[in-house]
Write a protein that binds this ligand. Structure first.
Ligand SMILES: Nc1ncnc2c1ncn2[C@@H]1O[C@H](COP(=O)(O)OP(=O)(O)OP(=O)(O)O)[C@@H](O)[C@H]1O
Length: 227
């Protein structure tokens, strides 16, 4: 469960400041599926960074399961992130010299899981996204859709509570977009994840049960009865 209270984020830009988030209040219950959209520069990625504990607000509070994460030390914040939060980005961010299995394993290293178990968990996660035959492939030997599935396996292998996705289909053609969304929706249903996705894709936004729109750092949220 997330609760954002009065979250403001300002970035310094030369002598000026950019207000990327402007007094955002937002509650996200466990197991929610929330899509965030809005014009470019509206603050979507900044909001995702706050939710992902990748950055701190200039002011305001971000509660994750009752703890104000803005007050945690860097070390505790890193721990919260590596245990609870999986990320999927538009650019798959895989390590090109590591195999699919090794890429997925990297998410388990900070959790102190032993090598043998890491390998097994990574293989299971890759099978769950339909890549059981590709464990030893390098990213460069896979299609964009397959690389994104590796990135999804890496995000969910630690069984996080929360999955954050920033334009996960932005680099993919339409066929692959549907394939990736099917994988994400299945994982959301199977694992009871809280799934928060930024997308410019209005077809995907229409399917979301809850839709947040960010414009000039200000948020509005509406339930999507048609989804
Ligand atoms: N690290 C930074 N330093 C300075 N300004 C930043 C930084 N990150 C974001 N901004 C500014 O904050 C505002 C919000 O940016 P953000 O990336 O959150 O928007 P967005 O809605 O994700 O945009 P897009 O759809 O183009 O990805 C923009 O004006 C952007 O230029």
């Amino acid at each position: 469960m997330y609760e954002l209270k009065n979250v403001t984020k300002r970035y310094a830009r030369g002598k000026d400041a950019v207000q990327a988030l402007d007094e955002v209040d937002l509650a996200i219950p466990d197991g929610d599926r929330l899509v965030i959209q809005g014009p470019t520069g509206g603050g979507k990625s900044t909001l995702l960074q706050m939710l992902g504990c990748l950055d701190r607000p200039t002011s305001g509070e971000v509660f994750l399961d009752g703890t104000d994460v803005t007050r945690l030390s860097e070390a505790r914040l890193t721990r919260v992130r590596s245990e609870n939060i999986g990320f999927v980005f538009q650019s798959f961010n895989l390590i090109p010299t590591l195999t699919a299995q090794e890429n997925v394993e990297t998410a388990l290293v900070p959790l102190g899981i032993k090598v043998k178990e890491r390998r097994e968990l990574a293989a299971d996660a890759l099978r769950s996204v339909g890549l059981g035959e590709r464990l030893g492939h390098l990213p460069g030997e896979m299609s964009g859709g397959q690389q994104q599935r590796v990135a999804i396996a890496r995000a969910v292998v630690k069984k996080p509570k929360v999955l954050l996705a920033d334009e996960p289909t932005g680099n993919l053609d339409e066929g692959m977009r549907d394939e990736i969304m099917d994988v994400l929706e299945r994982l959301w249903m199977e694992h009871g994840l809280t799934f928060i996705m930024v997308t410019h894709d209005s077809a995907l936004a229409k399917k979301a049960p809850r839709l947040a729109t960010l414009r000039k750092g200000r948020i509005t949220v509406k339930e999507n009865a048609g989804a």
